[in-house]
Design a binder for this molecule. Structure first.
Ligand SMILES: [Fe+2]
Ligand SMILES: [Fe+2]
Length: 327
């Protein structure tokens, strides 16, 4: 309906009391709810490459709003207010944007994907076992797979949920695994590194990315643990030692550590336990880090604590980092 190629206002710039007019944002979630007095309203999350914000469309404003769909970009007008320690937008009008710059909306990793991929190849070069080397070469020689791996996120919302996030998370796991190896040198380095590189490989099939990250139908039905192990076990070169393949598959299958977190089996080797812990350390530190800096950036500078973080099950202390940003 309306055009606005030039995005002037980003989530990070918004402050309590701001009024915005016709600015493009991508819809991250959109739910129609009914209030106690039986009026319909919309619970919405909007976003761009700098972050996301919750919002409401109250029943009186619905007439000025086209129905939203996740992943679509809308020109939005509204007011920013504060609700239980975090900013939210009361949307007064919303129309689908015809044209926009995709790069304004998709969050990307801080580091360049090519630079991160070259760090990944440095880890691959440390692997001596011929079977594991062959397997990794077979997987990453496929240009399509390589490019998808470079762009993929590691999650939908929880951690490393931006383009390049999978590569960043994989490097985190490798660096952590390498430091554990220094302390526990009898661990099998080649198995551990290959497992760290491939543990979330199935995520390249789990997500679709455009203006936002969504879970693919296949991802919803099968999940990355199954898709990764299926792909890797099928592509393993002929003659690959079966015992070695079993151990590698064990790392992939058990890396979530607990059955209730999606692993069909618990870690049963030292390397599997090390990978599970490296995976968890990377995920949790990334959550805390990004949530802290995201909340400093979106107008909460006068708050010492962040809103509640569902996955960390706590709020976070922002004050020391606000001071650092001011310097
Ligand atoms: Fe995983
Ligand atoms: Fe992971």
């Amino acid at each position: 309906m309306a055009n606005n190629l030039f995005k002037q206002v980003f989530i990070k710039d918004l402050k309590e009391g701001d009024r915005i007019s016709g600015q493009p944002f991508v819809i991250k979630s959109y739910r129609t709810l009914t209030s106690k007095n039986n009026k319909q309203y919309i619970d919405i999350t909007i976003g761009d490459k700098t972050g996301s914000m919750k919002g409401k469309i109250w029943s009186d404003n619905l007439v000025n709003c086209q129905e939203g769909r996740e992943g679509d970009v809308f020109l939005i007008s509204g007011n920013i207010d504060s609700f239980s320690n975090s900013l939210q937008m009361t949307i007064t009008s919303m129309f689908k944007a015809d044209e926009f710059e995709v790069s304004d909306f998709l969050q990307v990793a801080r580091e360049n994907p090519d630079e991160m991929y070259s760090q990944l190849t440095q880890f691959m070069a440390k692997i001596e076992d011929e079977d594991f080397k062959d397997l990794l070469e077979t997987v990453f020689d496929d240009e399509n797979i390589r490019n998808t791996f470079k762009k993929a996120p590691a999650a939908f919302t929880v951690h490393h949920s931006y383009a390049g996030g999978l590569l960043e998370h994989t490097l985190d796991c490798l660096v952590l695994a390498e430091s554990l190896l220094e302390r526990y040198p009898k661990m099998r380095k080649d198995l551990l590194f290959t497992g760290a590189i491939l543990h979330d490989f199935g995520k390249i099939f789990e997500f679709d990315i455009s203006t936002t990250i969504t879970i693919s139908d296949r991802g919803k039905l099968l999940g990355h643990i199954y898709m990764g192990t299926e792909y890797i076990s099928k592509i393993a070169p002929k003659g690959f030692d079966q015992e070695k393949l079993n151990e590698l598959m064990h790392l992939l299958l058990s890396h979530h550590g607990e059955l209730e977190f999606g692993s069909p089996i618990k870690p049963k080797t030292i390397e599997a336990v090390a990978l599970w812990m490296a995976d968890m350390a990377s995920a949790k530190v990334n959550m805390a880090y990004n949530f802290t800096y995201d909340n400093i950036g979106i107008g909460n500078d006068d708050q010492n604590f962040s809103p509640y973080h569902k996955h960390l099950a706590t709020d976070l202390y922002l004050k020391p980092y606000i001071a650092e940003e001011d310097e």
